[in-house]
Design a protein around this ligand. Structure first.
Ligand code: TRP
Ligand code: ZN
Length: 461
């Protein structure tokens, strides 16, 4: 309503000074530069909820120059005079909100946007950011690289935990999932692969454009672009699910066998975890790159060279646990990694290898000090969110639950958890409450206290 009222400049200036003190929702306040993540306090932003990102990118590997237009559709969750987007590096050329030129400034990773008119709580608004430059490779607290990674013949954009801000402005925190359209133009002869379904491909003036559509909500850290020479293959998974793999030509031989198992693994995971949560699946296999890790980017995980079967099982399991059911904060990482690691144990058990209980016992009895360094649900710092307590002891928590409730209820819990939080976010407290509700007669206090939140090695396996 304030937007239709014309005010003399002196009053406008006065109101701007006192904006935060205004009552009654006539004028908004700034949205806030973070969402209080315990490990990445500046990640994400307050005051709005993104519904959709439309990203139009152009990239020239020879010069490493990126041009981008991000159209972000969001809903204000309170009256806003300004709001932040996360963006690391790159040059911003213009910002508009609802078609009107907006003022903006930058401090570190915060791009603060001051719309021409205040936004009212509940209002849906469109922000368009035009930007360009050489995108950055970011180094995480644990020393690993993410963001924009130039490769031998193109680039890889990977975003866990806070790397998406290196290639597009947004609300870079898993608590704000959104749908995406990612359009990438590259020199002709190169491919551009991203999440979701390929909805268009065209050539013009020596350049090729690829349009990718993600219809199910996605956390920003799971958005991915892979640019380079890839052999693209389409097959079908369970119930005709479209499976698209993109493989660097140097990796085709080594990866053909393992990638052929995708339909079988997805089928096995559906049997154990419930319906596959997305409209397509697949994988990107690049040549081994600097980052050196696999990542469960939504619908299409990325691998640095041909993965082994266990790693493929792990990244595909993340489609349920991590990508569909997404951690509410980076503290809840074990809900991703504990589950994906446990999927590897289960796969081995079902392939007539070691049982999950044997794997558990080997870790418990073996010389693995690193597993006990900190509790899985409370990593000691941002540098440790991907440490082995999160992966291995997280998986051990699930094996403890399985022993407590028995196989039937345990598999119900695995499937029910994926179903009840499908396409949403969840915290550790949500999970423990869910387990307790499914098994009312059982006492989990010891498991939570010693295995999930406790320091040091629990005294009994
Ligand atoms: N999530 C990846 C996996 O599948 C590992 C990983 C890569 C990671 N980058 C990260 C974990 C950053 C935490 C933070 O196991
Ligand atoms: Zn993982």
């Amino acid at each position: 309503m304030s937007r239709s009222v014309r005010l003399v400049p002196a009053v406008v200036a006065l109101l701007a000074l006192t904006a935060t003190a205004c009552q009654g929702g006539v004028h908004g306040a700034p949205g806030g530069s973070g969402v209080h993540d315990p490990y990445f306090p500046r990640a994400g932003n307050g005051g709005y909820d993104v519904g959709h990102y439309a990203l139009t990118l152009g990239y020239a590997p020879a010069t490493r120059h990126l041009t981008g237009t991000a159209v972000i559709t969001a809903r204000a969750t309170r009256d806003l005079s300004a709001f932040d987007l996360d963006l690391a590096g790159l040059d911003v050329e213009s910002v508009t909100v609802e078609g009107a030129k907006a003022r903006w400034n930058r401090t570190g990773q915060e791009l603060t946007v001051r719309p021409h008119d205040d936004l009212s709580k509940g209002e849906t608004f469109r922000t368009t950011v035009r930007y360009s430059g050489t995108p950055k490779t970011l180094t995480d607290p644990d020393g690993s690289e993410e963001g924009w990674l130039p490769t031998a013949d193109g680039a890889l954009a990977l975003g866990e935990p806070v790397g998406s801000m290196a290639w597009f402005p947004g609300n870079d925190h898993p608590s704000d999932k959104a749908t995406y359209d990612i359009t990438v133009t590259v020199p002709k002869g190169l491919q551009a692969v991203s999440n979701g379904e390929l909805t268009g491909r065209s050539d013009e003036g020596g350049r090729s454009t690829y349009r990718w559509h993600t219809a199910q909500p996605m956390a920003s850290y799971l958005a991915m672009v892979a640019i380079g020479h890839y052999t693209i293959k389409r097959t079908a998974g369970p119930h005709g699910l479209p499976v698209l793999t993109a493989v660097d030509p140097t990796q085709t031989k080594a990866s053909a066998g393992v990638l052929a198992k995708i339909p079988e693994i997805l089928d096995w995971e559906e049997f154990n975890f419930g319906p596959y949560p997305f409209a397509s699946a697949g994988a990107v296999v690049d040549r081994p790159h600097d980052a050196g890790y696999a990542l469960e980017t939504q619908t299409r995980p990325v691998f640095p060279g041909a993965p082994d079967t266990g790693t493929l099982v792990h990244e595909l399991a993340h489609q349920w646990y991590g990508d569909s059911v997404t951690p509410a904060s980076w503290r809840d990482m074990w809900l991703n990694e504990g589950f994906a690691t446990y999927a590897e144990w289960l796969w081995e058990e079902d392939q007539d290898g070691k049982s999950a209980q044997q794997t558990f016992t080997e870790y418990y009895e073996g010389d693995h000090e690193e597993i006990w360094a900190f509790p899985p649900a409370k990593p000691s710092s941002a540098a440790h969110i991907s440490g082995s307590p999160v992966y291995v002891r997280g998986a051990m928590v699930l094996q403890k639950i399985r022993r407590k409730v028995g196989d039937d209820l345990f598999y119900d819990i695995l499937q029910g958890w994926a179903a009840t939080r499908r396409h949403a976010t969840a915290s550790t407290a949500d999970f423990t409450a869910y387990v307790e509700k499914q098994a009312p007669g059982k006492d989990f206090t010891g498991i939570w206290k010693d295995w999930l939140y406790g320091d040091g090695k629990p005294s009994r396996p």
